[in-house]
Every structure is written in structure tokens, then in C-alpha cells.
Ligand binder design. Sequence first.
Ligand SMILES: [Zn+2]
Length: 424
Amino acid sequence: MKPRTKFQHKVVEASKSLPELSPAQIRWACTHVIERIGRRTSKGEITCLDCGEVFHNTTSRKRCTCPHCGAKLRIEQTRKLRFEQHDYAAFITACDGLQVIRIFMVDYYAKIGSSPRYYMTEVMQRWIAPDGRFCTLARLRVWGTMYYDSWIYSSDLELRNEAWAYGQIYTDDIYPHIRLIPELKQHGCRKVLRGVNTTDYFIALLVDNRAETLAKIGQEELLRLYLQRDGRNFERYWPSIRIAARNAYTVKDASLWCDYLDMLRELGKDLHSPKYVCPDNLREEHDRYMVKRNRLRAERRKAEQEAFILKCEEAYQQAKARFFGLAFHDGKIRIHVLESVREFFAEGEAMHHCVYWNGYYRKDDSLILSATIDGKRIETVEVSLSQLAVVQSRGVCNKNTSYHARIIDLVNRNMSLIQQRIAA
Ligand SMILES: [Zn+2]
């Protein structure tokens, strides 16, 4: 893509003046980005892929240091002879008043019996202006490969417009010496933020007041959460964030703290009070208020349930009042008609079945009776009023009891009492 805007022209020109990597930068990439390998045979002989020396080591740990060259090795027990790794390394610098993030691909090939080879290819540069505008210079790459990002090294590092796609590429392997434009420093940037795309981070600091404020007040974890855009609306935490800043309170676990504030809000606590906003032991307070919040929710649910039952009560009374008072027994088992929705609720809770939750009190054709012995619920019976027949009779958790047949028989023998009430 040819540069069109003034900014793009400036970037393309400035790009030509970027220096080659220094030997120190290359050394860092080869030792920090690439994990060097010690290949272990089943006999415990480790070959350092870096210096080629062999030493004995049977530790169960995954890593060791080569006694010959001092390389930190990852031990791989394998018969493999060839190894390769490909990973990104980032270098952050400033050029011509613009912030630059340079991304290199480090390719590593090692083989038992020869020296390892490292190749570094610059694959992408992201350029950011002090006003937050940015553009991307990159080589072409084959999209959608599963193995690792395969770049076409022979293509030119030039202006590309797939800004979104290139934005997906970033690494936390960033060379520790960074150079920042003065505007970024003025906006609170001191260092890079691990776990966050550096381009997004820089742009946010330049154009987003909230990000800038969080950086300046040193709330690094909140800033990280804010930039990760986890769907939280930071607006509602902002007053508390101000209180925290005023009290020199640093949030160490941002998502836990935000959860905690949400619970305080639900419980009607003062989110401007340092007493609540700045707890000494966040986890303890979080857990304590979670218990309170859950209790509040349970109470609310119960109140809603009560209101709902009350609302349904009148309709049930109207529909089934003619059957109220109907009861019969065989000397042991007593069977009576449920006379209120509240009674349905109690029956369902006690019997762990769905006579209440499935709204049997609303079913025109159903008459629900409870079979008890000495006041203890045994089974719940449904009679079809149009058929004058038992549809079902269920014990605790819908299981039949040893009284099942006897209960059905007792209902059937007294079906005429139900019939009389229908006729009345
Ligand atoms: Zn070595």
C-alpha cells in the first residue's frame, strides 16, 4: 500500500532511519525469547544444544543450567535430533517524534552435533503519533496457519492496511530498555504493561483520559483490567477509584475489587467511604460481603415468592373453593384437598417435587390432594376432574411409597365425594 496521508509519508520516511539491532539486543532475543534446550537420553546424558557439551543429570526438574556454558536449559527427554522454535521479540523505541514498536520473528534451529542457528527478521512496525493516530508497516504473511505465524520474509516491510489483523500480533517478550516519546511520559507511561497489547496500551494512554488517570495514580491492575475491556463499565467504579487514590490505596486484584464494589452497591453501602473502598484484607472483606449479599438475595427471592403466591391465591380460591374441606381416611391414611397456593408451596418443598413449581394450582382439570399419616406427608395425589380418576400419586422426590396402591384405592373409593362437590 502506498502512503497517502502526511502521517503515512512521515512514517515511511522515518522507518528508513531506524537502526539495526545492537549486538546486546540480539543476544537478549536469543537468550530470553528462545528457550534453549538440553536433550536428555534415557541414560540421563544431557546434550546442551547451545554449546554441544554433554553432561550427566537425572534431576526430575524441567530445567537446569549447563555446567559448560552456563545456558539455562529446558530439559527435553527425547530421541529427537533436530529442534526448532519461532517466537516474537519486541523492541520499543522513538523515532522522529513518533512512538515505534518493532516486532521481530526469532527463528531458532538446533541439531545435535552442530551449533544452533538463530535468525531475526523484522516482520512488523507499529507507529504511533502523539495524537493517537497509528499505522502499521509489515511484511506479508500467510493468514490462518495453525502452527505458527508464517511470514513471507521475501516480501517488503511496507505500509499495510489490515490494521485489525496485525493488531492481533503482540508479545510480552519486550526488550527491557525502552525509549518513549515525551508525550507518552506526560500521559503517565513509565513502562510497558504485561498482558496487554502494547499498541493498544500506548494509544489508550494518549487519547483516553481514564487510562491516563489510572496510569498516573499508579493503579496498574485497574488499568490492565480497564484495557482488557472485560465488559465492565468503569463509569460506576470511578468515584471509588478516586477515593482509593486519595487514600493512597493501591488495588492489587482489580477484578476482585470491582466484584467487591458491586456487592457493596447491592447492599446499599457508601461507595465514597474509605472504610469500605480501601479494605486492608480485600479477600476477607469480599468473602464476608458475599455471604451478606447472598443472604440478601435469598431474602429478596423469598419475598418475591411470597408476593407471587399471594397474587395466585385468589384465582385458586375461586377455582377450587368448592372442594375445600373435603377429606377422608381409612383409619391410618388421611387424604385432604390442598386449600391454598401456600399449601402447594409447602407440599412441593417438603416432598421435593414440582407440584408448586409446575403450577398445578392453575390447572383447571386437576384437583390436588395430600395423603398423610399422623400429619406427615406421604404422597401427593392428582385427580382429573373430567375423568374422575387418579392421574398420579407421588412420594418424596417422585418416588412411590409402600402406601401407593392403598392411597389410590382410598381415593377411588371416595371419588363420589369429589363428584358430589362438582355437581353442587
Ligand atoms: Zn552448554
